[in-house]
Write a protein that binds this ligand. Structure first.
Ligand code: SF4
Length: 226
């Protein structure tokens, strides 16, 4: 635990405290990977677009049939929109999502030779792709750390752990890249997402079971040792 245990006297974003949080997360989730099933960068791009306002479990139920029907960006670019809508219907906002994945397929085919590009600037030109999806694909698939994935869990936990005072993804990401070492940007998100699902849940965080508890001074803790 080290001296970071006396978290009330330590600046929340101090090197020492951040290092202790990173160490605990790595210990708790040593082999954590992206929960969206995928075989290539294109599948991960589509799965991440579909995961907006939807659980990864639901997306994983939908993508096998989707990629069986339309296995490549070229096939998806030429698909009938109603057919795509039907295949992604249960992920919610299906009209928009179908339009976006088809639009993304067309941009990938027409501008990038059928391959998902490997820079944030280029990947952001795909319809339906914002920084979160860009970071997921670049980080989880290509292993390129250009930022930190900020989803609903990373947003909530970063705030609870006082790693940021912001509440919107872009400024939160800006704060995180300042305080986290770059070689932890990719894994940190995976770990925090798992922690947010398993322990630090939105309504009643399970603080009594939390390995970060000794470092945490969140106002809505349900149990505290200090
Ligand atoms: S102690 Fe509670 S609020 Fe803090 S990170 Fe752990 S589960 Fe979340």
């Amino acid at each position: 635990m080290g001296s970071a245990k006396k978290s009330k006297t330590v600046k929340p974003t101090s090197l020492e405290r951040v290092a202790a949080i990173l160490m605990e997360l790595r210990k708790a989730y040593p082999d954590v990977v992206c929960a969206l099933n995928h075989k290539n960068a294109w599948e991960l791009t589509v799965a991440t677009i579909l995961s907006a306002q939807c659980t990864d479990v639901r997306v994983n139920l939908v993508t096998p049939a989707l990629f069986k029907a339309f296995p490549t960006p070229k096939a998806m670019a030429a698909a009938s929109l109603p057919e795509l809508e039907e295949l992604v219907r249960t992920t919610g906002f299906f009209r928009n999502k179908a339009k976006n994945i088809q639009g993304a397929a067309r941009v990938v085919v027409e501008n990038f030779g059928g391959k998902v590009p490997q820079t944030m600037e280029e990947i952001l030109t795909l319809p339906g792709v914002a920084r979160k999806t860009g970071n997921v694909v670049l980080g989880s698939f290509y292993g390129i750390a250009v930022g930190v994935v900020v989803d609903t869990h990373v947003l909530r936990l970063s705030k609870r752990l006082e790693l940021t005072k912001h509440t919107q993804p872009i400024p939160v990401e800006r704060d995180l890249v300042k305080i986290l070492p770059q070689d932890r940007w990719i894994q940190f998100s995976h770990e925090l997402i798992h922690h947010g699902r398993a322990i630090c849940v939105a309504r009643k965080p399970r603080c009594v079971d939390c390995t970060l508890e000794y470092l945490c001074n969140a106002a809505d803790k349900t149990w505290s040792s200090h």
